[in-house]
Design a protein around this ligand. Structure first.
Ligand code: SF4
Length: 276
């Protein structure tokens, strides 16, 4: 059950945590009538049947197919981090964010417990997102360098951010079964983006592997043997008569950015490879 309502940091509207579909959260694509996936078979069916990105987004954000992840994301939403104790937490799966007809996709791992699981938008409200959106702004994809909360005016052009797994996992580690259960949402993202898609940036090896696996399931021509992930590594995927360029980047996690494994210049260089 949602806890006592707290005001949204931008709109001031009160919400319980987790947020009920259609309650008025900025950017919430779902409502009370959105069909809910209760297991892996439902995910496969509802993803494949989503007619467009809006329908896909809505269905993702009400998904309840992974019991361990539902318990975790909702428990985090209710318990909260001390510094966010006065805020409502989204506490639901995170839909993709950005252009509905992108030339470029970014494929990340999963929402962060106190980032997207709190704000309801991919990479929003955490240090990883600070890095990513600043780079997207430098590269001309984002209208502003900051991403604090859904409803902050952030807009992406030509690019969409998605994830291999749509619910925040404990220790950022989804199980093999959870990754497989969530995969049809990513498959459909790629399929719907295909008419305009030219390049994909995979953040980390899980994003890299998930992208190649999704492309293979869709019948796209993926190099064999499977290309190995590395920073600024490039692989070419054939989709019909077109080539989609897959670029690897170290993930924008604090583990990489604090230690200097990933620098701003390295991230900018990876973005530059998306536009050959
Ligand atoms: S991880 Fe994916 S499949 Fe599992 S509950 Fe979340 S959205 Fe649904």
């Amino acid at each position: 059950m949602p806890e006592e309502p707290l005001p949204h940091p931008i709109t001031g509207q009160p919400f319980g945590s987790p947020v009920a579909p259609g309650a008025g959260w900025p950017g919430d694509p779902a409502d009370a009538k959105t069909p809910v996936a209760e297991d892996a078979a439902d995910v496969a069916h509802l993803a494949a049947a989503a007619s467009d990105i809006a329908e896909l987004d809505a269905r993702i954000t009400v998904c309840r197919a992974c019991p361990r992840l539902i318990a975790w994301r909702e428990d985090v939403a209710i318990q909260k981090r001390k510094s966010y104790a006065a805020q409502p937490y989204w506490g639901r799966p995170a839909a993709g964010f950005g252009d509905a007809h992108p030339q470029t996709l970014i494929v990340g791992l999963a929402p962060a417990a106190h980032g997207a699981n709190r704000t309801g938008r991919m990479f929003t409200g955490d240090r990883s997102g600070d890095w990513l959106y600043a780079a997207l702004h430098r590269a001309g994809y984002a209208n502003q360098p900051d991403a604090t909360h859904a409803g902050d005016g952030l807009h992406l052009t030509g690019l969409r951010i998605v994830a291999a797994v749509r619910c925040a996992p404990p220790d950022n580690k989804p199980t093999t079964l959870e990754k497989a259960t969530c995969a049809p949402w990513l498959d459909r993202e790629l399929q719907l983006a295909a008419p305009t898609l030219r390049s994909i940036l995979a953040l980390g090896s899980i994003g890299w592997d998930a992208t190649l696996a999704a492309a293979r399931r869709l019948g796209w021509d993926v190099p064999s043997p499977k290309p190995r992930f590395g920073h600024a590594t490039i692989a070419e995927i054939r989709c019909g008569t077109r080539t989609i360029r897959l670029v690897g980047s170290y993930h924008v996690s604090q583990q990489n950015t604090f230690t200097g494994k990933l620098t701003e210049q390295m991230l900018d260089d990876a973005f530059a490879l998306l536009r050959p």
